[in-house]
Design a protein around this ligand. Sequence first.
Ligand SMILES: Cc1cc2nc3c(=O)[nH]c(=O)nc-3n(C[C@H](O)[C@H](O)[C@H](O)COP(=O)(O)OP(=O)(O)OC[C@H]3O[C@@H](n4cnc5c(N)ncnc54)[C@H](O)[C@@H]3O)c2cc1C
Length: 459
Amino acid sequence: MRHTRHGWWLEEAGPVTPARPLGGDATADVVVVGGGYLGLWTAWQLLQLEPELDVVVLEASVCGHGPSGRNGGFCETLWPEAATLRERVGDEAALAVCRASEDAVRGIGAWCETNEVDAWFRAAPMLRVASTESQVGSWGDVVAAAAALGASEEIVPLSAEEVRSRCASPLFLGGAMYRVNATVQPARLALGLRARLLGRGVRIHERTEVTGLDRSGVAKTRMGNIRAGSVVLAANSATTGFPGFRLSLAVASSHIVLTEPVPDVIEGLGWIGGEAVVDSRTLVHYTRVTRDGRIAFGWGGGAMGRGGAVSDRLELDRSVVARARQSLVRFFPQVDRRQITHAWGGPIDVSPTHLPIFGSRGRIHYGFGFTGNGVGPSYLGGEILARLALDRRDERTALALVEPSRKLFPPEPFRYLGGTVIRRALIAKDDAEDDGREPGAVTDLIATLPRRLGLRLPR
Ligand SMILES: Cc1cc2nc3c(=O)[nH]c(=O)nc-3n(C[C@H](O)[C@H](O)[C@H](O)COP(=O)(O)OP(=O)(O)OC[C@H]3O[C@@H](n4cnc5c(N)ncnc54)[C@H](O)[C@@H]3O)c2cc1C
């Protein structure tokens, strides 16, 4: 098995020649910091709103080489957060967010088609399954939330037989189906977006790290500064390194293992509808097939980042990879361990509520906190940030994701130490439930701490 820093998707998508770094001081109408989905969609939406706008993207590495180019490619809505949304912002606002997030999934599919980007976009439902007895029925709150919002067709409970008719893992004991969902080849999407932006005249400077921001509209780098009418901060977990954002998010991590092409296994499972599958553990497993007949399998149980920094361990933790590999074979015993060929990981920007957050401070407009669900919602984030940057208000900027009431994580060292203790308790709890044991009382208490404190957990 090969551990690759940037993941298999980027290899499959082919090599990219990095764009030239910034070569001195410059000006722009809008400068975007970060060339992942959020920054790139924002640049795209800015041009949709004002085609003549002068937009610059500054990217520390190469666009799409962060999580945007190496995630699981689940292109989801925000329906999985329907219960949280109802609780926090009420029914009308919750429904508006969920519907806007559906538009985002469809918008990505339409964008790929119109712009002739073959990102393997495949519309197919997402199954949330129970992989242990203890998980059965755990989807009750989201199913009820969708029904209460008058949208019971969006999240439909399924029996064990119904789940297995779509993907016959012996572990699956029932589940719920999210109607609107898709999968993508994440790196093809990110690089396709980068190519189309370059084609439309957006100046992209790669290997150009932004070292400071000024509220008056200046992005500072070691190669020069850019003064702009608006600055968009779309730096994912690196957002914690910018003053004023240190406690706004925590950094967790997720890892993926990938098989060689196993079309016979996929066919044997009857997994021919392209469904994305996620289980109902606290630190979830997620799995999907690829166009060329591989199974990708992820686990969100990686280490926490210290002080918000993205350490090597978040990008590749061999013990986490070993567990993901073991779990893949448990889910799909037809796969031989030797057929698992690639592994990689990356940071997850965890927001206190599990929901992404967008807002403005002076001329700086920011977005972060996708908590493992950023592929679909970053398109919506791009629509929101483009409007904030141009000071245009409409139904997108009125969504409850914009300037929500503020919740912060505790400061270091409590954020890292607390997060690590809670993570260990969550793993112990999930492991006990996998084995059909009751988790101990102390483990259970620690594992429920985030919820008791009003915080949500990474996916
Ligand atoms: C292993 C893994 C699996 C995942 N699976 C899924 C999934 O299946 N579905 C899903 O919806 N989400 C998934 N996610 C999460 C998803 O990848 C992210 O939510 C999404 O990519 C966020 O996009 P972004 O633009 O905010 O961040 P990024 O892709 O991280 O882009 C931010 C960019 O900012 C750049 N940057 C940072 N600091 C600076 C600076 N100072 N100056 C200039 N540039 C800077 C970085 O280099 C990076 O390229 C997964 C994540 C991981 C790690």
